[in-house]
Ligand binder design. Sequence first.
Ligand code: PGA
Length: 255
Amino acid sequence: MKPKPLIAGNWKMYKTGPQASELASRLKSLVSDFTEVDIMIAPPFTALGVVAEILKGSPIDIGAQDIFWETEGPYTGEISAPMLKAAGCSYVIIGHSERRQYFGETNQSVNRKIKAAVGAGLVPVVCVGESESERESGQTFSVVQKQLEEGLKGFSAGDLRAVVIAYEPVWAIGTGRTATREQAQEVHSFMRNRIRAACGNSVANALRILYGGSVKPENIAGLMAMEDINGALVGGASLDAESFAAIIRNAIEGL
Ligand code: PGA
């Protein structure tokens, strides 16, 4: 049986508190009846509190866009797992390609952050994916394999039950160029088989692997119909309540 899909919205560095509260309220009214998939939104840190308040009692879960691995201490500007939990988060996005590209995130820092998240009972959404030049030079599988191996180093099969993976080809993020569903399926299946080899069938079969990169209402159903695609991590199209709701609706139709 396939795992229950997750449709997640990454708001990135968009939405002030008041804008976030408007978007969250609208979304709540549009998607509260959808129970076939899990739904998560990841507002910026400054809007977590207000969004959590609005979404209380709704089926929409809240995630953060990053985390620091220490619990507390003199780390100016950083946010810890207990802080995220207290702010109402149950998920955290880790290792997004924008963090790898602009903020020095490495597979090693990703590994420490996943440990902190899992240790605190937050579900990490671990992002992996190749750049355009890596794909063109035939390195897609070796790149995602290394990101997975180093990012998940030291985790037991049990720990992996609490992890979500997001395959986000860098060339498809924010570009309007979605990977074809065949391209995505090929990488998802590769990753699931790596996890199968390391952790066995039951962990691999239960693992949620999301696709991310220019997901829209028009392409989600086709992606969701693929064997190893268990949801989506949506950027730009999650900033509009109607389009995110349409993605969720069409995702359910594609199941
Ligand atoms: P996009 O972003 O949907 O705007 O391409 C996806 C992501 O970065 O998670």
